[in-house]
Ligand binder design. Structure first.
Ligand code: DO4
Ligand code: MG
Length: 285
């Protein structure tokens, strides 16, 4: 079962349920026009199964604009959950190497704030590279969609855009390397009803194109995430409430070679096998 937010023309955002690869069922017809309230339903997957059989208005995917699947959810991220991420960050900075080494093995994960919901970029919209950064990369990540009770209700695709020169200069600059206009992309679909064991079999792929030619590609597996899903959510919800739920990026396992940096007008394509594909052009902000 895959959910999305979508818009037709300049109309209000609606909630959709993917019927097949080309068709969306409009759940607004059932009075469901907010993902946030849907995510609070007990037994969401079963309820969506029932809705899939109802006689609902349909739209061709090709005729709608898909939106980021967030409304009021804060977006957070965990880092250094893949060995590849730890190694890349230790190489990027002598200054911070021991911090990355330690956090990979420490009981407490690295958790950082990533975005206000209204700043999240959706499918097809530009992701940003900072005008004052020289080494910019996308980070293709599985993202948990979590309800107010701390339950993972679904999974979506995230791009944790990052400025590696700023992060590498001094660990205290991490918020500047991670949080700026258009640095967070999510969507388009939220896959509901998959267990952690199923999600761990999913492949994450990225392709970056420049003037139509491939300039980088890479892949990893969700199964490479070092920590359990429950552990990551438990730390996020420690001593903190999320009345509208939250989205949590789970870290990157794909890091382009050190000589690579994104350029304006590149196109970043991220696929996660159980979810779909998130594509965004790149712009300087
Ligand atoms: O501390 C650096 C950020 C780590 C991160 O974003 C990742 O591993 O994905
Ligand atoms: Mg990341």
């Amino acid at each position: 079962m895959k959910l999305c937010r979508f818009q037709t023309g300049s109309g209000r955002p609606r909630v959709g349920l993917l019927k097949d690869d080309a068709t969306i069922l409009d759940l607004s017809a059932e009075g469901i026009d907010r993902l946030t309230s849907l995510f609070e339903f007990e037994g969401l997957a079963a309820q969506l199964g029932a809705l899939a059989g109802a006689n609902l208005p349909q739209f061709a995917l090709a005729d709608v604009k898909l939106l980021a699947p967030v409304e009021q959810q804060e977006v957070w991220a965990v880092g250094v959950t893949y060995l590849r991420s730890k190694k890349a960050r230790m190489e990027e900075s002598d200054f911070s190497a021991s911090a990355y080494d330690k956090v990979y093995d420490a009981p407490r994960p690295e958790l950082f704030f990533k975005s206000m919901p209204e700043k999240v970029v959706g499918p097809g919209d530009a992701v940003g590279i900072r005008s004052d950064a020289t080494w910019n990369v996308p980070e293709p990540e599985l993202a948990f969609v979590i309800n107010s009770r701390g339950h993972i209700v679904g999974y979506t695709i995230g791009n944790d855009m990052s400025s590696r020169d700023i992060e590498g200069e001094n660990l205290l600059y991490l918020p500047q390397a991670k949080i700026y206009d258009r640095s967070c992309a999510l969507g388009p679909f939220v896959t509901v009803g998959a267990t952690e064991a199923e999600a761990r079999t999913w492949k994450i792929e990225i392709g970056i194109e420049r003037a139509g030619a491939a300039v980088f590609s890479g892949e990893t597996s969700v199964g490479q995430i070092k920590r359990t899903f429950a552990e990551l959510v438990e730390y996020l919800f420690r001593s903190q409430k999320f009345p509208h739920g939250a989205v949590l990026f789970t870290g990157t396992g794909i890091v382009p070679p050190d000589g690579f940096t994104l350029a304006a007008q590149d196109v970043v394509k991220i696929g996660i096998s159980g979810i779909g594909r998130l594509e965004n052009p790149v712009a300087v902000v």
